[in-house]
Design a protein around this ligand. Structure first.
Ligand code: FMN
Length: 357
């Protein structure tokens, strides 16, 4: 599969999303208002999940993409910088926008604004453990208090008719409230799907995700559960689904520099509409080509200098593990134009003696 052109991957995937084929392909799942979706969903990642990234991963079979972490209060105020994070004009639907906040009225007003902007859905962030967010009572800190969780989800539900999803962790810490209660509250207040990152807020990114918590969420919920945490391969995606019964999997970090992982996971879950395809890792040369394409998109959507400077952290991911790439890496972390990126790649290829395999 990985040798297929990106466009082919997309066609293969979406060809099967038509109503007639839904019954045929049991791997797909549905979220109220968002229709039938492939069972692999990209994780929202602040600082990475911009328009260029969303375009790249759509070519890899992702359909439901999300703009990460927009401040509800900023949106509600109509703050220009916050609105600037919403680089969604003319983007292919569905595009969901994730908001965070700790005031019901702030979240509700933000959701109304998003509805008037024509977004496909709203996702509420109850997973971010960063002090900047949690210290203000938003993100994962909400999970300490089921009554607040209920107020926040309920306020958005009453404010808009849009599909409403929730992304949460497996509680704030090991003490109550646990997954079962939190899932029931979110669903009871009108969440249409719940993505669960199977770590607690307090854990930040340490330790391992505890997939048993995903199984627990699945048992407690009637809406779709999207399992998340530590998927690094198509095999992992399949294993999570089998172990937890979740409806879809969400992949974050492991796809950075390796967007092929989405297609690989879809393939493994039988959702690419092709059987018997063997997935393989992209060659180093394919990775460099993808990186260049990503850089071009970043420059297109953000303007060249800002686009490329913000692209640097993606660039580093693309060259991770590439042989003899020390100079290339050094050049990439200081480039600020597209031609600098291109020259860095050319020079690496020259040093490696032509085509890299
Ligand atoms: C750099 C980075 C940024 C993230 N930003 C967000 C975010 O904006 N919203 C959110 O809900 N989760 C965010 N997360 C958490 C991921 O969505 C995901 O839950 C987590 O990385 C676990 O999945 P993974 O093991 O597949 O990476 C972020 C994670 C990382 C590493």
């Amino acid at each position: 599969l990985n040798h297929m052109a990106a466009e082919d991957v997309r066609d293969e995937t979406f060809a099967d999303a038509s109503p007639a084929s839904r019954q045929r392909d049991g791997a797909f799942f549905a979220i109220r208002g968002l229709g039938t979706l492939p069972p692999v969903v990209p994780a929202p990642m602040a600082g990475y999940g911009d328009r260029a990234w969303r375009e790249i991963i759509r070519r890899m079979g992702c359909r439901l993409v999300v703009v990460p972490m927009v401040s509800a209060e900023g949106l509600a105020r109509g703050d220009r910088k916050t609105l600037g994070l919403l680089d969604i004009e003319g983007e292919i639907a569905p595009v969901v926008v994730q908001i965070f906040g700790s005031r019901p009225e702030g979240l509700a007003e933000a959701a109304r604004r998003l509805e008037s902007l024509g977004v496909s859905g709203v996702d509420l962030n109850f997973g971010c453990p960063a002090r900047r967010v949690a210290a203000h009572g938003g993100g994962a800190a909400v999970l300490k208090n089921p009554a607040l969780l209920a107020d926040l989800v309920g306020a958005v539900r009453r404010a808009v008719a849009l599909p409403l999803t929730v992304k949460m962790r497996a509680g704030w810490d090991e003490s109550a409230p646990g997954v079962e209660e939190l899932v029931r509250v979110a669903e009871g207040e009108g969440a249409d799907a719940i993505a669960l990152h199977a770590r607690t807020g307090k854990q930040m990114f340490t330790g391992e995700a505890d997939w048993d918590r995903i199984a627990e969420a699945k048992r407690a919920a009637t809406v779709p559960i999207i399992g998340n945490g530590d998927i690094r391969s198509g095999e992992d995606a399949l294993r999570m689904m089998r172990l937890t019964g979740c409806d879809a999997v969400m992949i974050g970090r492991a796809a950075l520099g390796n967007p092929w992982l989405f297609a690989e996971a879809l393939d493994r879950l039988g959702a690419l509409g092709r059987s018997g395809e063997s997935s393989r890792q992209p060659s180093p040369d394919e990775r460099l080509e993808m990186m260049l394409e990503h850089a071009r998109l970043a420059a297109r959507w953000k303007g060249e200098v800002r686009g490329i400077v913000e692209f640097r952290k993606h660039a580093v991911c693309y060259v991770r593990g590439l042989r003899g790439a020390k100079h290339l890496r050094q050049a990439l972390v200081s480039c600020s134009t597209l031609s600098e990126v291109e020259r860095a790649v050319e020079s690496y290829r020259r040093r490696a003696g032509g085509v890299i395999r």
